[in-house]
Design a protein around this ligand. Sequence first.
Ligand SMILES: NC(=O)c1ccc[n+]([C@@H]2O[C@H](COP(=O)([O-])OP(=O)(O)OC[C@H]3O[C@@H](n4cnc5c(N)ncnc54)[C@H](O)[C@@H]3O)[C@@H](O)[C@H]2O)c1
Length: 315
Amino acid sequence: MIVIVDLLMMLMDMTYSILCAIIQTFLHPRLKCIDGELCLITGAGGALGRLFALEFAKEGAHLVLWDCNTAANEQTAKLARELGVKVHTFTVDLSKRRSIYETADRVRAEIGDIAILVNNAGVVAGRRFLECPDELLERTLLVNCHALFWMTKAFLPRMKAKNHGHIVTIASALGLFTTACVEDYCASKFGAVGFHESLAHELRAENHDGIKTTLVCPYIVDTGMFAGCEIRRELRSLIPPLEPLYTVQQSMKAILGEQQMICIPRLMYIPFLARALLPWEANVVTYRFMGGDKCMLPFIKNAEMKTSNGHVKAS
Ligand SMILES: NC(=O)c1ccc[n+]([C@@H]2O[C@H](COP(=O)([O-])OP(=O)(O)OC[C@H]3O[C@@H](n4cnc5c(N)ncnc54)[C@H](O)[C@@H]3O)[C@@H](O)[C@H]2O)c1
């Protein structure tokens, strides 16, 4: 008898959540105030990281910016300080657990508790799998996935103690469905999505409802990370690469609206659902039609033209 009552309650809650989600799609959700909160952003020297830093600064959040590229990180800090917020920078190698833990200790001791953690840093090997040096494959997993474990272990305990915080994972549409020739990246982003969702379930199961989570899954963004990647010419205007600022502004709406997940653009839910619902061969023929099966080849050619430090090979 109790199970029937529980089932009915669950169905009512489910219907209510679906209705809320539909309404939120059409209405502007109420955005939370983060004025004076301390926000840590990884990969803050990069394209999206810098834009996130500036958007959080516009909302009045004080910033802790992490990147391995000191000069780029300092440039982001300079721009954010002009918006009147306090900014602290740290040079960290996110592929090294010790570097993360040591820097996190310094942040907690010298600055304070992090309220919003934006795990944004990411890399891609940009080589064909069998031609890719093992270290590059490993680095993608370390930065895009393992670093999430260590960042969360470092900053979640204080969030739990206060039942206050927000963990944001910048994953990718390639964490929800895949394409050819980005094995390292897909593996790392599927890992990031799995980690994020499991953590979100854990927080809910433990009734830590003051700690929010947001998973961001963008399609290709015009930042240079996937420069050259292209689908079939006739379809390119239907799904063009995203503008970096648009991507970050959409993500900010989801974060401040305490939305659990956002795919940018919404069209990305279609291949995500197709992967789950259609037979494998049906997905293969769709990819082939759209040019999705070979879309990474020009990108890989581009990446191969460069050495690991970004200079074009003399050849
Ligand atoms: N650009 C895209 O097409 C796209 C699409 C979907 C998701 N994303 C994700 O968005 C995030 C940001 O991407 P972006 O386009 O701004 O990339 P980007 O290359 O411009 O920025 C990445 C930043 O991470 C930093 N970084 C890399 N390795 C690091 C390490 N070991 N330690 C510390 N910092 C390190 C880099 O120095 C750089 O500043 C990434 O997680 C990426 O996977 C990007």
